[in-house]
Design a protein around this ligand. Sequence first.
Ligand code: NI
Length: 169
Amino acid sequence: MAIFPLRTFGDPVLRAMTRRVDTIDAGVEKLVADLTETMYDAPGVGLAANQIGVSRAVAVFDAQDGNGPQVLINPSIVETAGEWTYEEGCLSVPGHFWSITRPEYVRVTSLNLDGETVEYSGEALLGRVLLHEIGHLNGELLIDHLEKPVQKAALRDLRLEALGLVEFE
Ligand code: NI
């Protein structure tokens, strides 16, 4: 296992659709171990493979519900319900939190490390983590879910940060 540097906003790997896993081999097992260690080191409640520069449909999460680290491989969302607004952040957009409304409940299918199809479902934080991490695997970032005026201001701030410029009011 190893701790990897996190890719941040502006890195194109975060915007590319990740490639699905065909065979769960030692490489995928190592990727899951590296993601888990990097997630806990950050610390974070979820981490997708493209956040450490690996464009594969693999993510890990720990929704702090006592179930420990969980694995998503080729996950897909099969059901959502309701709406929930939550102050959401992302390890790839460090230091920023935005109030984001997404479905409250989500049900997801995924492979586990044994290649079996498993299901995760939940609401509140668990639902949000699942939606957030699957978004990463599809090349999304949380700012995509902001309303237009807020998104415009957020993108401006992030670009200034990326340039190393300080914004004066
Ligand atoms: Ni994130």
